[in-house]
Write a protein that binds this ligand. Structure first.
Ligand code: FAD
Length: 474
């Protein structure tokens, strides 16, 4: 028999449910396939840095699979519809009997998989999908009425209860098969998609690097996470998002590593703070399945679509380029533009600024983030944006509006982060770093830094009025 593992967002050999199942029959020939779909990626605004990261990880996983005697092939076509054709052609060429793959939960991806299963069924090929990218499958953590939770805290509580009842198991990497290691592997041609170099120290490609980073974080930094996680100048978070978003690492590996270091992790309030972030990741993915409209640029709270947004022109550009005149916002945007990654506290601040200070449609921000982030992930990104825009499940209420200056003062007290990313402010004294123009005017210094694009107080008033008017319309 010939088994095919169709790799997508699961670029790893360890703890990969579909790969493990494909290899269970020791006599089967196992092949692997990855299909690049540049036109689809473009329509999803995939960041060139993420495309480059995926490419590097394909090289890595191809090498690991070759050691196990499994050849990874890559094919390029336009979009998901074409990928169904490419998959069926490949299966026929290689006389595939069974297909194994891990589910993706976004709408386009699910439609593609349903079409692929139908097509292969007509060719007498049986497909088997797996819930692999989550700790617990969508639909398995429900309220007493068997509905998906709309609010995070009770979801998290129910989630932990499930974990206490039994932990999801990790599966090992497959054993080397007959013919391993392969002496030759198919060439992986670069994709016909823009790529951009990424910082290979911060985001080293490959499972080994991901596991090393996980191990390091779970030993010591995780115990300090409650204190450090909100300070962008401190390297206090795990920086594992890129690996989780591309499936180089599984959340089960994260959970088991955490519990290996901290056996009481489910109950230990310190360590649990980090686990709770992984549960946020699960929450947003479960929501996508319960409310597929979230994948279609729709808000969860319908009336927020009545908000009269400002045109997305010069101010959007200033925000994108980190030139709003609000130092914490600008430093954050420049961090993302350069690294393809932004600290979570800052993602909240800049998202709030775009929506609540500039009154620009959150979907503009969601799209721009995807186009820049190396860890771009529809569920987490949409969840984060809808939270900031007050349009989502369990979102910030619309009248809660971050003050970007006080946020900066609170979370970058000494201006260390600002100074790193805005060298033009390096001579501004610490106590004025969050409002540099006031200082510059007083001492008569000309700053090569933009004036604030809006006045926060006025912007806040305008936003409250816009949201209130929208709510009344519903
Ligand atoms: P840690 O703090 O170490 O957290 C561990 C892991 O938990 C992360 O790697 C991530 O997988 C998950 N996680 C943490 N916070 C969240 C959260 N709020 N929602 C969902 N999952 C979370 N995360 C992405 O992975 N991709 C995105 O495209 C993305 N876009 C976002 C957009 C906005 C507006 C906001 C507010 C948040 C967004 N996040 C996104 C969530 C979060 O900011 C990042 O996951 C986090 O900053 C990644 O850094 P880390 O790996 O060091 O996180």
């Amino acid at each position: 028999a010939t088994h095919l593992i169709w790799l997508r967002n699961d670029l790893r050999v360890h703890d990969n449910y579909a790969l493990h199942a494909a290899c269970r029959d020791a006599d089967a020939t196992v092949l692997a396939l990855f299909i690049a779909t540049p036109a689809q990626w473009k329509s999803h605004s995939m960041a060139p840095k993420q495309a480059a990261f995926i490419y590097q990880n394909l090289l890595d996983v191809q090498h690991s699979l070759a050691e196990k005697g499994i050849a990874l092939h890559t094919v390029q076509c336009d979009d998901f519809a074409a990928s169904v054709e490419a998959l069926s052609d490949f299966c026929q060429q290689h006389h595939v009997d069974r297909l194994f793959y891990n589910y993706q939960y976004e709408v386009n991806e699910r439609q593609r998989d349903a079409a692929a299963e139908r097509r292969l069924f007509d060719l007498d090929i049986i497909s088997q999908g797996f819930d692999d990218s989550l700790l617990l499958p969508p639909g398995s953590v429900l309220t007493g009425n068997r509905e998906m939770y709309k609010v995070f805290t009770p979801f998290s509580r129910a989630f932990v209860k499930r974990l206490h009842e039994g932990l999801p198991e990790c599966v090992p990497a497959p054993k080397p098969r007959q013919g391993a290691p392969l002496s030759k592997t198919p060439e992986i041609k670069p994709f016909d998609y823009p790529t951009e170099a990424f910082d290979s120290e911060l985001f080293a490609a490959g499972e080994k690097a991901a596991l090393h980073q996980l191990r390091h974080f779970c030993q010591q930094p995780v115990t300090e996470y409650p204190d450090t996680r909100n300070i962008p100048a401190v390297d206090g978070t795990s920086r594992l998002s890129v690996y989780l978003a591309t499936g180089v690492l599984s959340p089960r590996q994260c959970l088991h590593r955490l519990l290996a270091e901290h056996p009481r992790g489910l109950d230990d309030s310190n360590v649990f703070v980090w686990l709770n972030e992984l549960i946020w990741r699960e929450f947003y993915r479960h929501l996508l399945v319960a409310w597929p409209k979230l994948c279609r640029y729709k808000p969860f709270i319908a009336w927020t679509d009545n908000v009269k947004w400002q045109p997305a022109d010069k101010q959007l550009e200033a925000w994108q380029q980190g030139k709003t005149g609000y130092p914490i916002v600008d430093a954050a945007m420049r961090q993302m533009n350069q690294l393809g990654w932004m600290h979570n506290r800052l993602r909240m601040i800049v998202a709030s600024f775009l929506v609540k200070d500039l009154l620009i449609d959150w979907r503009e921000g969601e799209r721009y983030f995807m186009s820049q982030l190396i860890d771009g992930d529809l569920a987490a990104n949409n969840g984060g944006w809808q939270w900031a825009a007050s349009s989502g499940n369990d979102a910030a209420p619309y009248f809660r509006i971050f003050n970007p200056t006080t946020q900066g003062e609170r979370f970058d007290k000494e201006g260390e982060f600002i100074r790193k990313w805005l060298p033009e402010l390096k001579d501004v004294p610490v106590k004025h770093i969050h409002q540099p123009h006031i200082w510059a005017d007083n001492v008569g210094v000309a700053l090569d830094y933009p004036q604030p694009v809006v006045d926060h107080k006025e912007a806040r008033k305008r936003t409250l009025e816009a949201f209130e008017a929208a709510r009344k319309q519903s």
